[in-house]
Write a protein that binds this ligand. Structure first.
Ligand SMILES: [Zn+2]
Length: 389
């Protein structure tokens, strides 16, 4: 059992008591600086502004030299989603009550518990190692993950890179376990693309179709061309890419009118066989083959990515196994996270708490799970620096 210089559960409680609903800092970044600076971390606020989005404060903290030895980064967010109706909570959302070994509060699993666990692990590691770290440990903490995600990780990374900051590995602390610690780590995510397909026709009377051109009829073969063949038959780490039509809109309430325009919407969740450009090319190839005029607009909400199993995934999986006794599944399920930005800079793996109550009323986690996660992160640090020394 580790003797924690900073107790992971008390650290989590202190963070939960900061009312940091996006985009409010709520004292959460200051609390982190209060723990990290005495451990030798150089702390820097990185506030950003952008048109049409709230200003957000962020924190980058690094211990050790960026140029001597490998650099591992922990990425997370201190912002939390709103509490909903306060009266629905049995335990105050910012009270950090513990009852029967369960810690309650907004952000316990998503993801202040994980941040506290990595702070505790870093404190333990730095205390063991003394001043001469065999490399660098950093915290990339944003206050803009649950919001527009414009003034956070996405802007911090290029600025840090420009200054010569290099990362060799990154752990994102999102809650990755569906039911129990040891279930799952995430090694990638699917991409998401939205499309709007429009067909223009000639409006007219249904009794005189020869004088009209019916866009409802003309959009059907186009839509059919998109869905009749699968996009692929899967990838070693992903299910097959999936195109789902989500709407066909004509907006015509009249029984005797051929409308002037029809519009269909669809979403594609795509695996690492595609990037969005290749996917759009394939979509247009299928539409062009129909031989009818159309217009198409696409918007990409995230590219697919995978960190191929290798040294980092093995380090993390071994640490999970050492603490939980279970080999975690390598998964690419779920929605997006800031890992989608980090993957352009270094290999990234996500490992955190149990996701079951994330964003819910009475969000909670077993205090033993926070300690287990801190033990796991400490194992990761040991193995990461040992493997590369
Ligand atoms: Zn989260």
């Amino acid at each position: 059992m580790t003797n924690w210089p900073l107790d992971p559960v008390e650290t989590a409680q202190a963070l939960i008591r900061c009312e940091s609903v996006t985009p409010v800092e709520g004292g959460a970044l200051s609390a982190l600086e209060g723990w990290l600076a005495p451990l030798g971390f150089a702390c820097e606020r990185m506030p950003f502004t952008d048109d049409g989005t709230p200003d957000v404060d962020n924190l980058f903290a690094r211990a050790g030299s960026p140029n001597a030895g490998p650099h591992i980064c922990f990425a997370g967010h201190t912002d939390v989603v709103p509490i909903g109706n306060r009266a629905d909570w049995k335990h105050g959302p910012f009270d950090a009550d513990i009852a029967d070994g369960i810690l309650y509060g907004r952000g316990t699993v998503d993801m202040k518990g994980a941040i506290a666990a990595f702070v505790a692990a870093s404190a333990a590691y730095v205390t063991e190692t003394g001043e001469d770290l065999p490399g660098a440990i950093s915290f990339l903490i944003t206050g803009d993950e649950e919001g527009p995600s414009v003034n956070g990780t996405k802007k911090m990374l290029p600025l840090l890179a420009e200054r010569g900051e290099r990362f060799d590995a990154c752990i994102v602390g999102e809650p990755t376990n569906p039911d129990a610690m040891g279930d799952m780590i995430k090694i990638g995510r699917r991409g998401s693309l939205n499309g709007v397909l429009t067909v223009n026709g000639i409006q007219g009377h249904v009794a005189y179709p020869e004088r009209a051109d019916n866009p409802v009829h003309n959009i059907l073969p186009l839509l059919n061309a998109l869905v009749q063949e699968p996009l692929d038959d899967g990838h070693p780490h992903f299910p097959p890419s999936s195109l789902q039509a989500t709407s066909i809109d004509v907006g015509n309430m009249t029984t005797n009118l051929i409308p002037a325009k029809a519009e269909a919407r669809f979403n594609v969740r795509f695996n690492a066989n595609f990037d969005s450009a290749k996917l759009e090319t394939e979509i247009r190839r299928r539409l062009d083959a129909v031989g009818q005029p159309y217009s198409l607009k696409v918007a990409v909400s995230g590219e697919s990515f995978v960190t191929e199993p290798g040294p980092l995934t093995e380090t993390v999986a071994k640490a999970v196994e050492a603490v939980s006794g279970r080999r975690p599944e390598f998964s690419t399920t779920g929605g997006t996270s800031d890992a989608r930005f980090i993957k352009d800079y270094c290999p990234v793996v996500e490992l955190g708490l149990i996701s079951a109550t994330a964003h819910q009323v009475d969000e909670h986690v077993a205090t033993a799970d926070i300690t287990a996660l801190a033990e796991t992160y400490l194992e990761v640090l040991h193995d990461f620096f040992k493997a590369s020394s």
